[in-house]
Design a protein around this ligand. Structure first.
Ligand code: ADP
Ligand code: MG
Length: 217
């Protein structure tokens, strides 16, 4: 099960600042949930704690019934799409997508099939052998999303700065992410401080302010 449960989740920084303040929330398996609120309200901190990039001060995070708190980031069945796609510019798209699978020592045939399936899904089969540095921003982003899904994550975390480009590209990327959710059944947590975007997606919105949830609609 890929539900996500936050139970009295709190993050206090060493300087005493409380960035996430006693947040409890249950996200169902397969849901697409938007975290929306003004800059600085704690959205990214929540995503980083779920992804394991940030220590949890108190509270619990569960993936299904599994307590994530003490599980290493690489062992969490999650994928993250954050600001830096950290693609290797001098490698081709195929190798960038295959990297995480190779690190897991999966058989070559399995890796090949997963990379090609993901490439087909995003319509980037024709650029698989091209170097990242020669790709359009749109295709780079698709390679990054492809790399995220080849590991068959249960949950995809997307922070808003993943698509800090023009509006058109942002809409395309949102389309890709909606497809990941709807066709692959992957639970998606999407962060945005853009109100139009949050409301326009027609999905559950978690409204946040000053580290707390103020409303869920
Ligand atoms: P959002 O993603 O909603 O814009 P963040 O989760 O990035 O907000 O940050 C929440 C708050 O935590 C911000 O006010 C930010 O300044 C603060 N913050 C982030 N990192 C630290 C840190 N290392 N020490 C103290 N405060 C921090
Ligand atoms: Mg943020």
């Amino acid at each position: 099960m890929a539900s996500v449960t936050l139970d009295h989740l709190t993050k206090t920084y060493p300087n005493g600042f409380i960035s996430v303040n006693d947040v409890s929330l249950h996200i169902e398996d397969g849901e697409f949930v938007i975290f929306h609120g003004p800059s600085g309200c704690g959205k990214s901190t929540i995503l980083r704690m779920i992804g394991g990039l940030e220590d949890i001060t108190s509270g619990e995070i569960y993936l299904g019934k599994e307590l994530l708190n003490d599980i290493l980031p690489r062992d969490r069945r999650l994928a993250m799409a954050f600001q830096n796609y950290t693609l290797y510019r001098h490698f081709n798209a195929y190798d960038n997508m295959a990297l995480g699978l190779r690190l897991r020592d999966l058989p070559r045939t399995v890796i090949d099939s997963r990379v090609r399936t993901a490439a087909k899904f995003f319509g980037i089969t024709n650029v698989l052998d091209k170097k990242i540095k020669s790709l359009s921003e749109a295709d780079k982003q698709r390679v990054a999303l492809g790399r995220a899904i080849v590991c068959h994550p249960k949950v995809l975390l997307v922070d808003e700065d993943f698509a800090r480009q023009n509006d058109e590209r942002r809409m395309e990327m949102l389309g890709d992410i909606l497809e990941i959710n709807e066709e692959l059944g992957i639970t998606v947590l999407y962060v945005t401080n853009n109100e139009q975007e949050a409301l326009g997606l027609n999905k559950k919105i978690v409204f946040m302010k000053d580290g707390k949830i103020t409303d869920i609609r």
